[in-house]
Write a protein that binds this ligand. Sequence first.
Ligand code: ADQ
Length: 489
Amino acid sequence: GRRGTLKGMKQRLLVVANRLPVSAVRRGEDSWSLEISAGGLVSALLGVKDVDAKWIGWAGVNVSDEVGQRALVRALAEKRCIPVFLDEEIVHQYYNGYCNNILWPLFHYLGLPQEDRLATTRNFESQFNAYKRANQMFADVVNQHYQEGDVVWCHDYHLMFLPKCLKEHNSKMKVGWFLHTPFPSSEIYRTLPSRSDLLRSVLAADLVGFHTYDYARHFVSACTRILGLEGTPEGVEDQGRLTRVAAFPIGIDSDRFKRALDLPAVKKHVQELTQRFAGRKVMLGVDRLDMIKGIPQKILAFEKFLEESPDWRDKVVLLQIAVPTRTDVPEYQKLTSQVHEIVGRINGRFGTLTAVPIHHLDRSLDFHALCALYAVTDVALVTSLRDGMNLVSYEFVACQGSKKGVLILSEFAGAAQSLGAGALLVNPWNITEVAKNIEHALSMTSEEREKRHRHNYAHVTTHTAQDWAETFVSELNDTIVEAQLRTRQ
Ligand code: ADQ
């Protein structure tokens, strides 16, 4: 089998992502305190057996002095992390500019900068140059630490130029690249000025992965239409060299959620929340505050539901937990005030002296509080306008072992392809349709709820983050083996 390649030996893996999975705070001239952020990627790779992983990425802080840099390198080494140092100007142009202002919106079908963002169109070239420079800096660090036999796994839209940089330096290096966002239809993608350069660079990898088959197909057609290359069922072929392209849907570490729910502190929290919202159905939204998550659309749909279902008004509450991100970007600030305004209006309209229909929090919750919240929820609302996968929907399902609540899920999230049979799928732009589905979800018979939940739960607990990482890494190994075989024949 494909997984056989990893048996018996520890596969050394270099994981390259824009951000290291740690937050670093400087405590003195040569001392740092580090906190590991247990994101999906970290737990995915911790769970993979026979893999010895090291992380390469930016630590999220600007360190311009050598003493500080050396101290950070030492501190990070203990966590198996290796930093890439980026100065403020590069971060501004590469990360805020090219990554977050150009690629992120484009890949989520929001198009290239217009109106407020138009100024960036003029800076496009300098931002793209900074992007390439930053990717080369990541490549330099990989090259310093690479040993023969390592495989290198590059992550996300920040590092599309990395496969090319790596292969130019060492054509034998095994390089994989995985995209966490959607890859858009080639009609959208082809508006990007640097469209060909980016595709050619990604194709330098041996294995290219996406969350869904659709994204992989979009990528292959972009290569066919823009570069004139041949798409095959295996991937994309260029002058006899095949880049394997495939779907690798991510999952979560579902056991981590199950274990958390067994903790006395979490159980107590569940009890408190249950009492707090007694007599009302709990609806939940958990998102990073980002345009792609469709938060205003979700809240407007909830308002529509309250308008049309007066009987439900004092029997339901929507908890929307939106953690702010990219807070220095004006568009994100605008989104925050827009959401606040809608929430305020609805609470003013439907609230009473003792209760409001929407609790909106601008912050992140710690893992245990989040688990408790997922567990007491009756209906989760995920209304992304586009989303690579959406792990919140998976986490909710993992925590619903006893309650068997309903998931309302946008058809534009990658998760719709895996949880579609259990969730109520909606078009988030159609507020009337979402409102009807809220009503349906709240009044669903327990038989239907259980049947839907069973389907989702089976999926979430058997398609885990560990499976995802293991499959990608072992396929990356096999791809190379096959490529070598082909040359020998
Ligand atoms: P994100 O856009 O961040 O990820 P998502 O997949 O939902 O979206 O993951 C968000 C994570 O952050 C979840 O683990 C969630 O628990 C946590 N989170 C969000 N809001 C929170 C809050 N208020 N408090 C605490 N925790 C919160 C990108 C892509 C996705 C893709 C993932 C993984 O945009 O489409 O699924 O990467 O590939």
